[in-house]
Design a protein around this ligand. Sequence first.
Ligand SMILES: *[C@@H]1O[C@H](CO)[C@@H](O)[C@H](O)[C@H]1NC(C)=O
Ligand SMILES: *[C@@H]1O[C@H](CO)[C@@H](O)[C@H](O)[C@H]1NC(C)=O
Ligand SMILES: *[C@@H]1O[C@H](CO)[C@@H](O)[C@H](O)[C@H]1NC(C)=O
Ligand SMILES: *[C@@H]1O[C@H](CO)[C@@H](O)[C@H](O)[C@H]1NC(C)=O
Length: 315
Amino acid sequence: MRANLALALLASSTFAQATFQLFNFSSYVDIENSALRPNGHLLLTTFDQGRLYTLDPSSRAPEAHLVAALPGATALCGITAIDHDKFAIVGGIRGSYSYTNETIYTVDFTRDTVKPIIHTVARIPNAAMLNGMASLPTQPHIVLIADSRLGCLFRIDTKTGISKIAFKDDSLAAPANASIPIGINGLKVARGYVYFTNTARGTFSRVSVSADGLDFGDVELIATLNMDATGGDWDDFALDTDGVAYVAQPDNSIARVEPDGQQAIVAGGGGTKDIIGPTSVQIGRNGTLYVTTRGGTVDGISYSGQVVEVQLVGV
Ligand SMILES: *[C@@H]1O[C@H](CO)[C@@H](O)[C@H](O)[C@H]1NC(C)=O
Ligand SMILES: *[C@@H]1O[C@H](CO)[C@@H](O)[C@H](O)[C@H]1NC(C)=O
Ligand SMILES: *[C@@H]1O[C@H](CO)[C@@H](O)[C@H](O)[C@H]1NC(C)=O
Ligand SMILES: *[C@@H]1O[C@H](CO)[C@@H](O)[C@H](O)[C@H]1NC(C)=O
């Protein structure tokens, strides 16, 4: 009985949801990306002087605590787990839709769960704008990083620091005439595919990838954002075990994209102000979504970056 009920809920395309802010910065901080630690705490990368923060979403009044400012970076972007409680993070000197001194760091909490060991493992001088990052499931010390300007994936071995462009395709680039020149943004590796959003094209796609991250197939389009109907664009996303994506869709929504491309707004949207400038999504152990935002201006009022909890219940 219970199993049937659960299936019925999952098959539904309508969701009831509760959305509430766990935390917001009091001065302006743009939270760019996030990762979950094994203890359920979030790591938050920001455009705030290369600072990495941590936040315990289960605490009574969650607060972001500074972990470290990563050396030589003004802005941090993609983050991914590369081992148990060890993460790779990309950061650089942020310019206008371009970065210099793009650097890959590792942040290792295994010896000390509060003050991690931080290493600079690679510099990527030929990158233009590194954005989302994901590790390879069977070789997690190897990461793929999206370059939003070059329209490619860098493959970086965080043990050796060796990097190369592993895949380049028009579907990862912004069109030449795009008003916001950000192509591939977020990515995840799962089930033998790299799933990715392209912000300027408004697309969510996948491409098959070999276990070692060296060989790629043809890009398959999964969904196209209806920009006229819903506005906004697509930033980073989380992928659940069924291959359903929860995509940050600025200015104020979270879109759910099913493997067959069906899409629906499941949180925020309309005239709501619960989620202001979503940038990334994590799925907590019990299915709760944790959304980070960059903040923004709504009705003339400026808001800072937030961490927002979204509980979805199929109805
Ligand atoms: C899921 O876990 C979070 C963090 O512990 C908690 O705040 C939330 O209420 C839980 N949600 C459900 C549906 O149990
Ligand atoms: C960028 O990297 C170069 C070469 O390592 C270094 O000389 C320079 O100081 C760095 N720039 C900044 C702003 O940190
Ligand atoms: C870019 O060019 C394409 C093809 O010519 C056109 O369909 C599209 O509307 C243009 N977009 C912008 C933002 O100008
Ligand atoms: C933080 O959130 C509170 C509650 O929603 C809101 O009133 C306040 O304006 C926010 N502050 C900033 C700086 O975004």
